[in-house]
Design a protein around this ligand. Structure first.
Ligand SMILES: *[C@@H]1O[C@H](CO)[C@@H](O)[C@H](O)[C@H]1NC(C)=O
Ligand SMILES: *[C@@H]1O[C@H](CO)[C@@H](O)[C@H](O)[C@H]1NC(C)=O
Ligand SMILES: *[C@@H]1O[C@H](CO)[C@@H](O)[C@H](O)[C@H]1NC(C)=O
Ligand SMILES: *[C@@H]1O[C@H](CO)[C@@H](O)[C@H](O)[C@H]1NC(C)=O
Ligand SMILES: *[C@@H]1O[C@H](CO)[C@@H](O)[C@H](O)[C@H]1NC(C)=O
Ligand SMILES: [Zn+2]
Length: 430
């Protein structure tokens, strides 16, 4: 062979690797696919299990990022979770196709390359593999496979800030709670089916969250890139949404949901994505679902770079753990605290904000203007104390120093028509 001919052959080689098919993949296939991706792209991927389901299936998390194995200061942690209701199956396949898209476009597409370089992206394609194994395609409405093997709804199984949740914490929930505590996740979404809408916190209170502007913006960022969702009436019987988004509680209240848990207790903004009218549609529709969601899933990850990030440092430049970073007019139920690198991340729309950073008995205030971001990296600002500070005590509990100030803001209007509709029809959707 001449050199030219070999070069042509080398160029064609990647095409010979089979691309992911549009069908549902059971647990053993899913595991094999993730291991295969990991072995083909070792430099930018990492595969780990966060625990096991009741029936002993691993809860696999696949990471894509330039530094995949551990956190790097300044690089935000992002996550997607799918299939927590085992019979809501589309998100599970969307995440597998997203992995393939990121890996095959890294270094050939500038946007994807920058996204993978600047973000550590964690993907949990199935939080409820036992439920998935117990459900089947073309079952659009039943609850077969919705629950975990012990019969619990995992999206009702998290600690709740607004009322006591007495259900025993399930192994899958425990695994996710441990996972969330192990990383400083900044932004997340979880995939469901049975409707087409992007839903945002709170799920269990009509109180307006302090970050309502950001939550609505994020939900709309997902929906506006998915024309089916954005049109708001794509599922039979649904007509009450505007622009394909809704506040969770206004739609219907959820106790023990995962998105409120992320947002209130873990400083991680999470929204809930309902991506298919039929919970477990025919496999022939999967390619269409991927096409409808592929712009949204990327645009949504980009949003982790909105706002401001940085570190809180003492007078010697050492990072301070557990410093409280508060923004005037936006104080949260659980105050925002820095991680062990002294890092903070705040998703914010462009504008001027006054920050107050508190360490033990010292605090500093600073007013900063956040510009419209033009790159995939948030504005960086470090708060450095100029006098001696004491290290804040490490507190325990779900939300140490929680200030239950849920009366501080106004209450959302409940749409009565939607309300009755939900009570009658929708209890089992989200
Ligand atoms: C998973 O699917 C493959 C291919 O259809 C099949 O060979 C295998 O038996 C399935 N595994 C389980 C555990 O169902
Ligand atoms: C690169 O990826 C981005 C994000 O997915 C996409 O919008 C864009 O169309 C891609 N560019 C090319 C030239 O394919
Ligand atoms: C803050 O605490 C330190 C150590 O306990 C103490 O020395 C200092 O006087 C305190 N400062 C104020 C302003 O209370
Ligand atoms: C990205 O944009 C932000 C402002 O939105 C700016 O602070 C930061 O320096 C920029 N980063 C790079 C690498 O250009
Ligand atoms: C909220 O307001 C109601 C009515 O004003 C009051 O009864 C309740 O105690 C308040 N709750 C909190 C947590 O402040
Ligand atoms: Zn669901």
């Amino acid at each position: 062979m001449t050199a030219a001919v070999s070069l042509i052959w080398l160029g064609l080689l990647p095409l010979l690797v089979q691309s992911l098919d549009f069908t549902y993949h059971n647990s053993s296939q899913l595991e094999a696919i993730l291991k295969d991706f990991n072995s083909r792209y070792p430099a930018i991927t990492y595969l780990y299990s966060i625990g096991k389901s009741v029936e002993g299936r691993d809860l696999w998390v696949f990471v894509v990022g330039k530094y995949p194995t551990k956190h790097t200061v300044g690089i935000p942690e992002f996550k997607y979770v799918a299939n927590m209701h085992g019979n809501e199956a589309v998100g599970r396949e969307i995440l597998l196709h997203l992995i393939e898209y990121l890996l095959t476009n890294y270094q050939s597409n500038a946007t994807v390359t920058q996204l993978v370089t600047n973000t550590r992206i964690h993907l949990l394609p199935s939080m409820n593999p036992d439920g998935f194994a117990a459900s089947s395609p073309n079952d659009c409405d039943s609850v077969n496979g919705r629950f975990n093997k012990n019969g619990y709804d995992l999206n009702r199984n998290f600690p709740d800030a607004f009322e006591e949740n007495k259900d025993p914490v399930q192994p899958e929930t425990q695994a996710v709670m441990g996972w969330i505590k192990s990383e400083t996740f900044v932004l997340s979404a979880n995939f469901h089916g049975g409707a087409m809408v992007a839903s945002y916190s709170y799920d269990n209170s009509y109180t307006v969250p302090p970050d309502n502007d950001v939550l609505m913006y994020l939900a709309q960022k997902y929906s506006e890139n998915n024309l089916q969702m954005y049109s708001s009436n794509s599922c039979p019987g649904f007509s009450g949404f505007t622009n394909g988004i809704t506040n969770g509680a206004v739609w219907y209240k959820v106790k023990g949901g995962m998105q409120d848990y992320n947002y209130i207790y873990n400083q991680c903004v999470e929204i809930t994505l309902e991506v298919s009218c039929c919970k477990y549609p025919d496999p022939s529709t999967l390619q269409g679902f991927w096409n409808d969601n592929k712009v949204s899933v990327i645009e949504y990850i980009k949003q982790v770079h909105m706002g401001i990030k940085g570190q809180v440092l003492d007078m010697n430049g050492k990072p301070i753990l557990n410093a409280i970073v508060d923004i005037q007019g936006r104080s949260r139920m659980c105050p925002y605290k820095t991680n062990k690198n002294g890092e903070y991340y705040f998703l914010l729309r462009p504008g001027t904000y006054t920050f107050k950073v508190t360490v033990s008995n010292k605090s500093m205030e600073k007013t900063l203007t956040i510009p419209q971001s033009s790159n995939l990296s948030a504005m960086t600002y470090n708060f450095q104390f100029t006098e001696q500070t004491t290290i804040p005590a490490t507190t325990s509990g779900l939300c140490s120093q929680a200030t239950q100030d849920s009366n501080r803001s106004s209450t959302l209007q409940v749409d009565l028509v939607m309300f009755f509709f939900n009570v009658l029809v929708l209890y089992n959707t989200l």
